[in-house]
Design a protein around this ligand. Sequence first.
Ligand code: COA
Length: 181
Amino acid sequence: MQLSVDEELLKSFETVYRLNDGREVVFRPLKPKEDVEMLYQFYSTLSKEKNYFRFLSYRKVTRWIVEEWANVNYDQSMVLVAVVDNGGERKVVADSRYYLDKSTGAAEIAIVVHNDWQHKGIGTNLLLHTIKVAKEMGVKKLYAYVSSENRKIASIGIKLGFTTKWYPDMGEYGGELILNK
Ligand SMILES: CC(C)(COP(=O)(O)OP(=O)(O)OC[C@H]1O[C@@H](n2cnc3c(N)ncnc32)[C@H](O)[C@@H]1OP(=O)(O)O)[C@@H](O)C(=O)NCCC(=O)NCCS
């Protein structure tokens, strides 16, 4: 795979978020080969509900699929992971990603935080960081399809400046969160 984004720029997308208890969570671009195992552990241990809200229908997670999800080029497809160090063992605890349509400058964004690490501000702050990275990468608009039952992401999105557009006809595919920059 050929990268179209240089290492220095990627390094500048790394930041540390500190939890209330003092622990550090590193937000950084995913390393496609190195991080596959951690990413597989993350996705394969998510609850069914998290999986459903993330994908809008339950998705079976296989090693092969996770390898596909790890195959990013940072230019069109960007993934930022939240990584913790658990006594020497590194773990992915959240995944935030967007996919850019270069012809429109709009990117679809999606985020998921592991059950064991929710309600610690990781979702809000990783999303905020992803917005910052997207802006620096020239993304003009971010949008996310969300379930109408997913009030939590709607509330976080609105706090961060997204507008909502609900589609009653879409049933469980409730609507879109949109951020124009
Ligand atoms: C939606 C989701 C990303 C939120 O992640 P999260 O890390 O739990 O989110 P946060 O901790 O930032 O915010 C959740 C709550 O914690 C609170 N919180 C924020 N910072 C906090 C902190 N430092 N300590 C404790 N709680 C905090 C917030 O007030 C927020 O409460 P609210 O929902 O009543 O406003 C997560 O639940 C998830 O992965 N859901 C499944 C996938 C999904 O829905 N993705 C979106 C569609 S693509």
